[in-house]
Write a protein that binds this ligand. Structure first.
Ligand SMILES: [Zn+2]
Length: 340
């Protein structure tokens, strides 16, 4: 970014709540698009940073991105005009009206998983803002950018019946559930979980569609050239960048193959008294993988609870990076960490 950009960031900062200059051409403030956390006024998840020498706005809560010009237009249209004038020497460049600027009707291929009965359900992102399921998902503070990954089945048994008629009967008192689909890297639906909203005896019901496929959540959207984080629960994985969830599955060769990189960090639930979890951490540490162990001051048992307890996902990501160990160090830290 140049001096004109910085000047206008300073000028607009008066209209941005909790504005902080973090140095290095990075600015942090409450997102003016989603309003950021309504319950926690100190939360600020809007960022301006330098990308290819241009200032870019991004919100880590709602996922909104914008150029500086568009951010200014949203916050202070008069200032946006001055900015355009000073920056481009004109009031906003008009796009030339040529046949090329006609709206493109490029064919977007419908992904395979939506060609199943899943495609007939509504995504949480498509529900009205006052819909109880949308409100439930928001109350868990699941980031808006991933709401399209969750679906709503008003009648769970009737939905599951279409995949496994031998296991799910059509019943009178069918119940609604949140559907968490497991999609592989070829965008095929391999399994799904139905999470109950109320006090159901079974909080999660898992339905396998492709029996042979490893049950790993998030395979369709990870970047295999970067570190992949492996957590336990699909919802927990939604708070981290580049994470998958094992959802209780074993770390088989097939699962590792599907994840498709060896640059992995395992993030288990924060339960240093749980013998089963300790055994599983020990196993992956013995295999030579990196493990993250939450420090003592973190009391919550899983990532979603940490978020509900007021920790920002960026903070959790930083705690994980600062507490990742490997090899002999992992073994030493694990024996310090374990409480049994
Ligand atoms: Zn936002």
């Amino acid at each position: 970014m140049d001096y004109i950009d910085t000047k206008y960031i300073q000028l607009v900062s008066a209209s941005l709540e909790n504005f902080k200059n973090k140095g290095n051409n990075t600015y942090n403030f409450r997102c003016p698009y989603c309003g950021d956390s309504q319950t926690n006024k100190s939360k600020a998840r809007g960022y301006i940073f330098n990308k290819e020498n241009k200032p870019i706005f991004k919100c880590h809560n709602c996922g909104q991105g914008a150029t500086l010009n568009n951010l200014l237009k949203h916050v202070n249209p008069a200032l946006a005009k001055e900015y355009a004038l000073e920056k481009f020497g004109t009031q906003e460049r008009r796009k030339p009206i040529t046949p090329a600027s006609k709206p493109s009707l490029r064919f977007q291929k419908r992904p395979e998983y939506l060609k199943t009965p899943l495609g007939k359900l509504k995504k949480v992102s498509q529900l009205d803002t006052d819909h109880p399921v949308r409100q439930y998902v928001e109350s868990r503070q699941i980031p808006k950018r991933v709401h399209f990954k969750l679906f709503y089945a008003p009648k769970f048994n009737a939905f599951a019946h279409q995949f496994a008629p031998e296991k799910f009967d059509l019943i009178e008192n069918d119940e609604p559930r949140l559907i968490i689909p497991f999609i592989d890297r070829n965008k095929q639906l391999v399994a799904f979980q139905g999470r109950a909203f109320g006090k159901s005896s079974l909080r999660y019901i898992t339905v396998k569609i492709d029996e042979g496929a490893p049950k790993v959540f998030g395979l369709e959207s990870i970047d295999r050239s970067k570190t992949v984080y492996i957590v336990e629960g699909p919802i927990d994985s939604m708070f981290l960048d580049n994470a998958v969830a094992m959802a209780g599955a074993d770390l088989t060769a097939d699962a590792l193959n599907a994840i498709g990189t060896t640059d992995l960090v395992f993030v288990f639930d924060n339960e240093p008294r749980n013998k089963d979890i300790l055994r599983r951490i020990e196993k992956v540490a013995d295999l030579g993988y990196s493990i993250a162990l939450f420090p003592d001051y973190v009391k919550e048992k899983d990532i979603n609870d940490m978020v509900l307890g007021g920790r920002d996902p960026d903070e959790i990501q930083a705690i994980i990076s600062n507490n990742t160990y490997k090899g002999l160090q992992a073994k030493a830290k694990l024996s310090e960490w374990r409480k049994v």
